[in-house]
Design a protein around this ligand. Structure first.
Ligand code: ACM
Ligand code: ZN
Length: 485
């Protein structure tokens, strides 16, 4: 059997001769002690659902709680299947491997093997911009399924930006009435997530082992919010929600206490809806032009003893971060949060190359690497013949070569690097089909790059060989990416 095309490829795999026939399915069971656990009971049901056959004489599959956190082991012999897991993360890995084996099984046979698996990086992320174009909860849940199938475990949900605010906040109704809509070429475009939509996504993410990181972008990229609540910007006349792309000069007024009351209300809702440990607060691309001229911002700088508007940016970010940290959240921002000096309690997502990540890790920040050179899935996949994309090219092979550790980072700081992430900005991505196309097959490549340390990773030819068969399975699931030929 050469159809073993697990992706990501497991860290340890031993093949043995023979196969396990699943004609009659399997019978999953766990010790009485484990079966008392709700998660295990639901796993047993799920595994029973996955079982290809249902006849009385079935292959016994035993579930055993054993091994290090995040680890799993799957042992298949002709007579039996054993699934070991170190914790609930390990359980998700084992389930995924089993699912992939089933998806590739021929004639009801699983290959005999012994797999031990665990990821190299704890943050294996995908970001999705739902502001530039809106994707309903159902489409987001499909993306979560796609992530889970590849062992990705962090969904960074970019919920607001200049061109649209997508999170309904009941106490701030103008966010969904005004900020969720824009006029483009004479037509109205928009959408937003209700509380139920968010719960659907968060619940689904939990079920498939993914943490949701909501992003509330500040102090810039907030024209949509300003259109709804103009008093939050320096000029108080920011204009409507823009229908074009770029970096806009109107940002939250750093001198206005109303801004922080607004953020309190937004964060209160975020805390209610998102149980995960992390919140992203943006921080990128903040022009200082309005702050330079605004009397309230200038007064703030005097009152707080801030030398320049870089320090004002750091002060703003720190104040917002503290609001969330006091509520027990961990906070992350794009690498510009380093401008003006910021204490290391805020983690850094390095997108402008590796430099921000390198400096941040050396200064004691936790770091997630998502440099444009390897991780920007809004870029085209080839020089020509591609659907609309940001005018740059990110080919599959470069994604596969992604190594989260910044070049030159001293070993003592390696533990500060949590992992990496692909970013999918959607200025030019308007449909579910286009979104799948931009994600695939690059998502498969980054999944493997984030599963393995750089050393010992399978080579690109090996990856490509597995990817061919893997893509036919994705196709069956309804995910159509760029063709490999
Ligand atoms: C970014 O791509 N502006 C974070
Ligand atoms: Zn101001």
């Amino acid at each position: 059997m050469d159809e073993l095309c697990l992706l990501p490829w497991p860290r340890r795999l031993l093949r043995s001769a023979g196969s396990c026939s699943l004609e009659r399915g399997w019978r999953a069971s766990a010790s009485a002690e484990l079966s008392g656990d709700v998660a295990i009971r639901s796993l047993l049901n799920e595994l029973q659902e996955m079982s290809p056959g249902r006849s009385p004489s079935q292959v016994p599959m035993s579930i055993v709680s054993q091994g290090a956190p995040g680890h799993c082991r799957l042992c298949i012999t002709p007579q039996r299947i054993q699934l070991e897991y170190g914790d609930r993360y390990g359980l998700h890995h084992a389930k995924r491997i089993l699912q992939q084996l089933l998806d590739h099984a021929r004639d009801g046979q699983l290959p005999c093997l012994d797999i031990e698996d665990w990821p190299a990086w704890s943050w294996r992320g995908l970001h999705l911009d739902v502001s530039r174009h809106f994707f309903p909860a159902k489409v987001v849940c499909e993306v979560l399924d796609l992530m889970a199938y590849h062992g990705l475990n962090v969904f960074h949900w970019h919920l607001c930006d200049d061109q649209g605010w997508r999170l309904e906040i009941p106490d701030l109704p103008r966010l969904h009435e005004v900020a969720a809509w824009r006029d483009t070429d004479g037509s109205r475009y928009g959408g937003w997530y209700t509380e139920d939509d968010v719960r659907q996504v968060v619940t689904h993410a939990q079920q498939v082992g993914i943490a949701v990181v909501p992003e509330i972008e500040l102090p810039g990229h907030c024209r949509a919010a300003l259109a709804a609540y103009p008093r939050l910007c320096c000029s108080r006349t920011p204009g409507p929600v823009p229908g074009d792309w770029g970096v806009f000069e109107d940002v939250y007024c750093a001198g206005s206490d109303e801004v922080f009351r607004f953020l309190e209300q937004v964060f209160a809702h975020v805390l209610k809806l998102f149980p995960g440990p992390w919140v992203h607060i943006g921080g990128d691309e903040v022009p200082r032009t309005r702050w330079e001229k605004c009397p309230r911002c200038q007064r703030r700088m005097r009152d707080e003893g801030l030398r320049d508007t870089d320090q004002l940016q750091a002060w703003f970010v720190a104040r917002a971060a503290q609001m969330l940290q006091r509520a027990g959240k961990r906070v992350i921002g794009w690498d510009e949060v380093l401008d003006g000096g910021l204490d290391s309690s805020v983690a850094v997502m390095s997108w402008r190359g590796e430099q921000g990540g390198l400096a941040a890790a050396q200064a004691g920040h936790k770091v997630v690497m998502s440099p444009g050179s390897h991780c920007y899935f809004d870029h085209a996949q080839a020089e020509s013949g591609e659907p609309p994309a940001f005018p740059a090219v990110l080919p599959l092979e470069r994604v596969f070569q992604f190594a989260p550790l910044p070049e030159g980072l001293e070993e003592v700081y390696h533990a500060n690097v949590l992992g990496g992430q692909a970013n999918c900005w959607t200025e030019r991505i308007t449909t579910r089909e286009h979104l799948h196309y931009m994600l695939l097959p690059r998502l498969c490549a980054i999944a493997e790059a984030l599963w393995w340390p750089t050393e010992g990773r399978p080579d690109y030819a090996d990856f490509l060989q597995r990817l061919a068969a893997h893509s036919t399975v994705l196709d069956r699931y309804g995910f159509k990416g760029r063709s490999l030929r």
